[in-house]
Ligand binder design. Structure first.
Ligand code: HEM
Length: 201
């Protein structure tokens, strides 16, 4: 009788982790697409799209920043391999959020956009957050880590924290009521920053 090759369950789980998380990360955008198709975007669809993508951009940013503390606390090292993918998803949702605003709300009127950047502080701060995330996305490949050297790469990638702070400030400045959500995001970010400082000490 031929013996059937058997993969240990732990290995199967580890191998499935990344593709499963990848599909889960696509969930919010697929859900938004579905809501668009069935016409469930509310009375102001453009505002709904911009806000929905902004919310998910911030959530993914915090989830990506949480990977290392969760890995250390849980001792489950394979989680570490999700960090780059989650960071890139955060960046993708930021870009979609920004594009929705520039394309759907401002209709690619660059003059109007520039006026917004100069006049509306929350847009200026949002742009600053984007400007900090851009070099992180560009240098996210293994080749870039090798080219820059681990130390310089790690130092550059601490920019994710000020980007997170700017993103929370952008949110807090933009709303007129209901400050609970940005306060919750700020508290989570504060904990993640504290975990980082604690790890270094
Ligand atoms: C890291 C970058 C960014 C993050 C994480 C982020 C996140 C958010 C969040 C969470 C909101 C509030 C959503 C809600 O009310 O539920 C928001 C609103 C908004 N963001 Fe961003 N944002 C970022 C960058 C930008 C940039 C670069 C722009 C424009 C150039 C922008 C334009 C807007 C606008 C216009 C709104 C308000 C929409 C409205 O008035 O309803 N954001 N953003």
């Amino acid at each position: 009788m031929t013996e059937v090759a058997h993969t240990p369950p732990k290995l199967t789980f580890q191998r499935a982790l990344k593709p499963v998380v990848f599909v889960l990360c696509l969930g919010p955008i697929l859900w938004l697409g579905y809501r668009g198709i069935v016409g469930h975007l509310g009375a102001n669809p453009i505002e709904t799209v911009i806000r929905y993508l902004g919310d998910w951009a911030l959530r993914f940013l915090l989830i990506a920043l949480a990977v290392t503390p969760v890995r250390i606390l849980s001792g489950y090292t394979p989680i570490g391999r999700l960090r780059r993918m989650l960071g890139l998803f955060a960046f993708t949702y930021v870009v979609l959020h920004m594009l929705a605003y520039i394309g759907l709300d401002r209709l690619f009127d660059w003059n109007e956009l520039w006026k917004d950047v100069v006049k509306r502080v929350y847009i200026t701060v949002g742009m600053a957050a984007f400007a900090m995330l851009l070099p992180l996305a560009i240098t996210s490949t293994d080749a870039m880590v090798r080219r820059m050297g681990g130390r310089a790469w790690r130092r550059l990638h601490t920019l994710a924290y000020p980007a997170g702070i700017a993103a929370v400030i952008h949110y807090a400045l933009m709303i007129k009521a209901g400050f609970l959500q940005p306060i919750i995001y700020a508290a989570i970010l504060g904990l993640l920053l504290a975990a980082r400082v604690f790890k270094k000490a």
